[in-house]
Design a protein around this ligand. Structure first.
Ligand code: HEC
Length: 424
């Protein structure tokens, strides 16, 4: 009887040890697939290494190992970036400058606030791109510092990034940081002149973002989409009819359909805040495939360098605001918007209610509490492949503060999201 009982105990012990080890194996596989975005076979050496890390209690070490796999950058981070890069918010796009720059910032663990105000972008390093096929050779040639090639394939088209987006190229490995953003000044018969971007703001002044939101329109969309992508706030969430209407343009009818009340209760809500900020882009346009900043290329701008589209349809309401420069005011700092955005000024300390250009705007957005929370939410959703109920903001705020404590290291945020108990 005693022997039978010990035997039973032994069997139970083995069974639980067995299931314990199965749980760890499943956990390792789950973490690896969440971080890399692809399936892995059960006997892959990386997976086996992760399992043994988990067995020694080092789950974080296992996640770190997963982030060292090329698919982490080339799939997970790439899709994270692509989704924010255009109006369609889709991942069914070729690589672009916006996304490559996010991938580079994650890989090099750079303070991610710089994504919204830094003077840099990532390109394929010609010395690292293999030259075995035509596409690869093309990608390589396009990234050379030859001015005309650079202007044609990086500043006037997406050719370089599209060519980089080739299964034979490990994009995450070949990207290199270029310290200065350039824009096309002029072009004639394939000969270009280029100059430094006078108002660099990371990916907000990437060709992709400017094309998506500054082309046509009245430069209100870049405000809408900056908040949508980097604050996770749709325009309805921050519309405020009680805010100042001083900055609302002359093209906005104050009597739509003869009804002033409609202006007061509807139009005004979005336009107080949006028109307050849109001055940031007053000197920007996008035309014939290139991003234009009036300081170095006049484009359709007036004597103040303000693109004419900002003041167009001036007779709709002649008493409206006339834009005379690229200053902006923050009309999202009262009422619920104050807590919603968590502004901390341009430098993270001094409150600011105004500023200049896209660079100043980007600084203010990047330093807000909301930016960190939003990155927490986006990274969580990308890694964990799920959304949380809208009242579960604590998870995202928690990830946001870990992100800040880690000096805005996005790679660390991906690790923290995978380790979050809510992820599984
Ligand atoms: C839900 C927010 C919202 C409300 C409410 C709203 N607008 Fe707008 N409005 C926008 C956005 C966003 C843009 C920029 C659209 C773009 O460029 O794609 C815009 C652009 C405009 C433009 C410029 C169009 C152009 O060619 O760029 C006019 C004119 C305008 N709105 C008038 C009005 C009027 C009049 C009302 C009230 C009847 C109103 N809006 C209500 C968000 C709003």
């Amino acid at each position: 009887m005693r022997i039978a009982l010990s035997l039973l105990a032994l069997m139970l012990f083995c069974a639980s040890a067995h299931s314990q080890s199965q749980i760890q194996k499943d956990d390792a596989k789950w973490l690896l697939e969440r971080i890399t975005g692809v399936k892995w076979s059960a006997d892959h050496p990386v997976l086996l290494q992760m399992i043994s890390l988990i067995q020694t209690g080092n789950r974080r070490g296992a996640v770190e190992l997963a982030t060292q796999q090329s698919d982490f950058l080339n799939i997970t981070v790439k899709n994270f970036g692509l989704k924010m890069s255009t109006r369609e918010e889709t991942i069914r796009l070729p690589l672009n400058d916006f996304t490559a720059t996010i991938m580079g910032v994650v890989r090099d663990e750079i303070d991610a606030r710089q994504l919204l105000y830094g003077n840099f972008l990532y390109v394929g390093d010609p010395s690292k791109i293999p030259s075995s096929t035509n596409t690869e050779t093309n990608a390589r040639l396009m990234a050379t510092q030859n001015l005309n090639t650079y202007a044609r394939h990086l500043l006037s088209s997406n050719n370089h990034y599209q060519a980089l987006d080739n299964k034979k190229i490990d994009i995450g490995q070949v990207l290199i940081r270029r310290a200065t953003q350039y824009l096309v000044v002029s072009e004639s018969n394939g000969a270009y002149t280029i100059d430094r971007n006078p108002d660099p703001a990371g990916i907000l002044t990437s060709r992709t973002f400017v094309e998506a939101h500054v082309e046509a329109g009245t430069n209100r969309r870049p405000v809408e989409y900056t908040f949508r992508e980097f604050m996770c706030l749709p325009i309805e969430a921050w519309a405020d009819t009680a805010s100042s209407d001083v900055r609302i343009g002359r093209d906005i009818d104050r009597m739509p359909g003869g009804d002033h009340l409609k202006f007061q209760t509807s139009c005004k809500g979005c336009h107080t805040v949006m028109d307050g900020f849109r001055g940031a882009w007053a000197k920007w346009d996008f035309n014939n495939d290139i991003a234009i900043q009036s300081t170095i290329r006049k484009g359709n701008s007036d004597n103040n360098g303000v693109m004419q589209k900002l003041n167009r349809n001036g007779t709709v309401y002649a008493g409206g605001y006339v834009t005379i420069g690229d200053s902006w005011v923050n009309n999202a700092s009262r009422g619920i918007n104050q807590t919603l955005f968590g502004w901390r000024g341009l430098d993270g300390r001094t409150p600011a209610s105004s500023g200049d250009g896209v660079n100043g705007f980007g600084r203010m957005v990047a330093n807000s509490k909301r930016f960190s929370t939003c990155m927490g939410k986006r990274v969580f959703e990308q890694v964990c492949n799920k959304t949380l109920p809208t009242n579960e903001t604590a998870t995202f705020e928690g990830l946001g503060s870990k992100f800040e404590i880690a000096n805005y290291n996005l790679k660390e945020l991906f690790i923290q999201a995978a380790l979050d108990p809510k992820c599984k």
